[in-house]
Ligand binder design. Sequence first.
Ligand SMILES: N[C@@H](CCC(=O)N[C@@H](CS)C(=O)NCC(=O)O)C(=O)O
Length: 208
Amino acid sequence: MSVLYITPGTCAQAAHILLRELDLPIGIEMVPLRTPDSPIHRINPLGRVPALVVDEDTLITENSAILPYLADLKPDSGLFAAVGSPERAQIQSWIGYLTFDVHAGCFRPFFRPDRYSADASVHPGIRAQAIEQLYLALAHVDRHLQGRQWLVAERYTIADLYLCMFVSWLPRLGNTERFADLHNLARLQAAFQARPATRQALDFEAAR
Ligand SMILES: N[C@@H](CCC(=O)N[C@@H](CS)C(=O)NCC(=O)O)C(=O)O
């Protein structure tokens, strides 16, 4: 039996939504974060989600590894692409961009300014700058989407899913007007929200 460890509302949501897209026989276990007694510490030494344990003994961490791994289990889903294809590299390129520039580069300083300065008086400035950096990072994506329905190829892939999970975090920043001119992103986001797998995962997490 394989198990995906998640915490509602975190970046583990991407792997959770993907599991629902693929309808794979993998269990889902909810864990609390940042509490010393959380079971996640026995699973992942970093204490982070998502964490996927395959067949009870093989740990895979990082969205950038888990999303491609899961999508490869059902290649006919079209959510990833064939080994050796340029599309596959393009999807991986977007996943790398989202992990580094968007998640670690913008959301992390916004949500965890304490990691960047122990001086709480500068945290509002760190947060404000994180929003500006995020705007620039997402404006790049929005320009790429001009005249395109999806990030890569002519279909919804794990790159779109991962992107839209981050876009769904924007209301948490308390400054949605800053992102109001990113119309291509808003269009993609509406398509993501309408997918049954997205709804199932979000409803499941909201009920916990
Ligand atoms: N680069 C990792 C980031 C994982 C990560 O930071 N997860 C957060 C939730 S969004 C977490 O578990 N934080 C708990 C902690 O850092 O203690 C990935 O994409 O999987």
